[in-house]
Design a protein around this ligand. Structure first.
Ligand SMILES: [Zn+2]
Length: 287
């Protein structure tokens, strides 16, 4: 079985990206794994601190491991947006393939100092666990939101990216390049799309020299996705789009069926999310 580092290295060489999707339940997990298996593509499953708390840290690790062993597919588990050293340590011990230490709400130097500490600790527990650091602010809520979060328009510069990567030893960098967590209502209808600063992505990639993740991918213009991947993004996160699909499918299921059998209702959710994930995986992996 290939490691996450090997999968990312190959993706970078081929100028494609690996899709990363969050889960809160088994329906979403089944959908993500189903899409990746059908398309024979690697995939990353993410759990934020809230999602980890709901599903259970050990439980989500065991589930993903079990699906990976049974399917033989390259499915990787990421501890998304981890805000404390303590929670990073727990995820490292639970066998996660990647941990995002997110100190982006801290002042730059404090973020750098905390991320460096997290990298050292995680690597001492599992040298193969990849660590991602985050600079710049892109909002924090993967929900449908009324307005752009305050401070989310300040973009990462190549100089701070270079400095941060050299000082912390992270394997992967999450910069702010016009991306944003969550979806504005105008983005749900498709009237407005997120647009990315492609030149900045290329400049940060050259300065940082490591893998990069595009967070807050939901609602992004398709051409911008493709250009961003060519310019240096090797992981792309999509969460709000699948949460939206989850909610809509539940509403459809409740309206269409009188049944109280959960697995008969939840199958609507699996089908809906699988469709979204498959479309995103195809886009991110197309050359
Ligand atoms: Zn994110």
């Amino acid at each position: 079985m290939e490691t996450l580092r090997e999968v990312l290295t190959r993706a970078r060489t081929e100028s494609v990206a690996v899709g990363h999707f969050n889960v809160s339940d088994l329906a979403a997990l089944k959908a993500i794994i189903g899409a990746a298996r059908d398309l024979k593509l690697p995939v990353m499953v993410g759990v934020s601190e809230g999602e980890r708390e709901f599903v259970g840290l050990q439980q989500v690790a065991a589930l993903v491991r079990s699906y990976r062993e049974e399917s033989g597919c390259p499915i990787f588990l990421n501890a998304d947006h981890t805000h404390s050293i303590e929670k990073a340590e727990q995820a490292a011990r639970a066998g996660f393939d990647e941990i995002i230490f997110d100190g982006s709400s801290l002042p730059f130097e404090k973020n750098l100092e905390q991320t460096k500490k997290a990298v050292e600790l995680i690597k001492s527990i599992n040298p193969n666990c990849m660590v991602e650091g985050e600079i710049g602010y892109i909002g924090s809520s993967s929900d449908v939101i009324a307005k752009v979060p305050e401070g989310a328009s300040i973009l990462t510069t190549p100089d701070e990216a270079k400095h941060f990567v050299a000082a912390t030893g992270v394997d992967i960098l999450a910069p702010a390049v016009g991306n944003m967590h969550g979806l504005l209502e105008s983005m749900v209808t498709g009237a407005v799309q997120k647009r990315l600063d492609i030149e900045r992505i290329a400049a940060i990639r050259d300065a940082a020299g490591i893998f990069m993740t595009l967070h807050g991918g939901s609602g992004t213009n398709d051409e911008d996705f493709k250009k961003a991947i060519k310019a240096g993004m090797t992981i792309v996160h999509v969460n709000t789009e699948i949460r939206l699909a989850w909610r809509r499918a539940m509403e459809t299921a409740f309206a269409a069926e009188q049944s109280v059998v959960p697995y008969k209702l939840l199958v609507h959710v699996v089908v809906a999310i699988q469709k979204v994930v498959a479309a995103r995986l195809e886009l991110f992996s197309s050359k």
